[in-house]
Design a protein around this ligand. Structure first.
Ligand code: MG
Length: 207
């Protein structure tokens, strides 16, 4: 099965919804908290999320992904807004136990299959009025609105581009709303940016 095209890099934002920061006992950051997820973690719709033996607590994080369409270096928010190629549903799958014990998040966020991506919905979208919904086995677990983000999508792109150049095809995952939870073998987890992009994946024991 052909997998979803891999972005050159995946820049993720942590704790960008106040309710989610609170549910994990964290403060809302004063500036965007960013980290990288390896492109090798990407899988497409229908491909399995594999639970690694190293973790006892793998969790889903439904997120709004932004695909960059133009190179951005030290961009203004206005320029960043005009450089969005499209949107994609992202599941920022996370080994929560390893995230806590490691301190650095690379392992917890970086296992193969830990970045399911839906199809890219190209074109202009109202970035301030997006809804992202996560379901596990058909039951709604998360519902977030881009209007609730601590830092808006154009602000995030501008902020990141002041650290590292964003290239066409790069992906920015903009943080997860509250309601994260553990996945078990046999589950099916679905993330949808309502009416825009959707990704659904079965969960299996790691090979
Ligand atoms: Mg996340």
């Amino acid at each position: 099965m052909p997998t979803t095209a891999r972005p050159g890099k995946i820049v993720c934002v942590g704790r960008n919804y106040a309710e989610h920061a609170k549910e994990l006992g964290n403060e809302v950051p004063k500036a965007p908290l960013i980290f990288l997820k390896p492109p090798s973690a990407v899988i497409g719709d229908g491909e399995p999320i594999r639970l690694p033996a190293a973790s006892q607590q793998v969790e889903f994080e439904g997120e709004i992904g932004v695909v960059v369409g133009k190179r951005l270096t030290r961009a203004s928010e206005a320029d960043a807004r005009g450089a969005v190629r499209g949107l994609v549903a992202v599941n920022d799958v996370t080994a929560r136990d390893l995230q806590k014990t490691d301190g650095q998040w690379t392992r917890a966020k970086g296992f193969d299959s830990f970045c399911p991506l839906g199809g890219i919905a190209e074109g202009a979208h109202d970035l301030a009025h997006l809804t992202v919904v996560t379901k596990v086995n058909g039951e709604e677990r998360q519902r977030g609105f881009s209007a609730q983000m601590v830092f808006s999508i154009p602000m995030l792109l501008s902020y990141i581009s002041n650290i590292m150049t964003l290239e066409p095809g790069d992906l920015v995952a903009t943080g997860t709303p509250s309601g994260v939870g553990k996945l078990a073998p046999g589950d099916v987890v679905e993330v949808e940016i309502e009416g825009i992009s959707r990704v659904s994946n079965p969960v299996i024991e790691g090979a």
